[in-house]
Design a protein around this ligand. Sequence first.
Ligand code: ATP
Length: 139
Amino acid sequence: MAESTFMLEVVTPERIVLSDEVEFMVVPAVEGELGVLRNHAPMVAGLKIGVLRYRGTDGITRHMAVSGGFMEVIDNEAIVLAETAERGSEIDILRAKAAKERAERRLQQRTEEINFVRAQMALQRALARIKAAEADQRL
Ligand code: ATP
């Protein structure tokens, strides 16, 4: 492994989304954005629904949508465990936009509280997907 890199693994119950050497990453931690470089102290952090970005050994910064979960950093390895995670390049933007509109419609109806929370989370996931996909479209 190069002098300036560490391993990043992003794992969901379905698949390994990423397993690569990276130079830098920023995760949407519960308490705000959190940057990680090589030789970071051991750490566990809760993640929000949001966009994770990382710079690979090719110097390109890429984006990924994550739906919460946890990150552990130990011995130059960062492991992100999330319910869902998609790389910007594999996100179906039209699907995410449809999910966003569906969630917004539900939020306007405000029937039962449990649906309200579900719709809010669906909206956050859709917004994160749109953001990650649009950021990587420019690459
Ligand atoms: P939708 O209503 O469009 O299904 P959702 O937020 O309910 O969105 P999830 O339950 O979070 O979807 O995800 C279900 C599966 O579909 C996961 O494997 C997730 O990675 C994938 N997924 C969800 N939205 C997209 C998208 N826009 N592009 C690619 N994969 C997606």
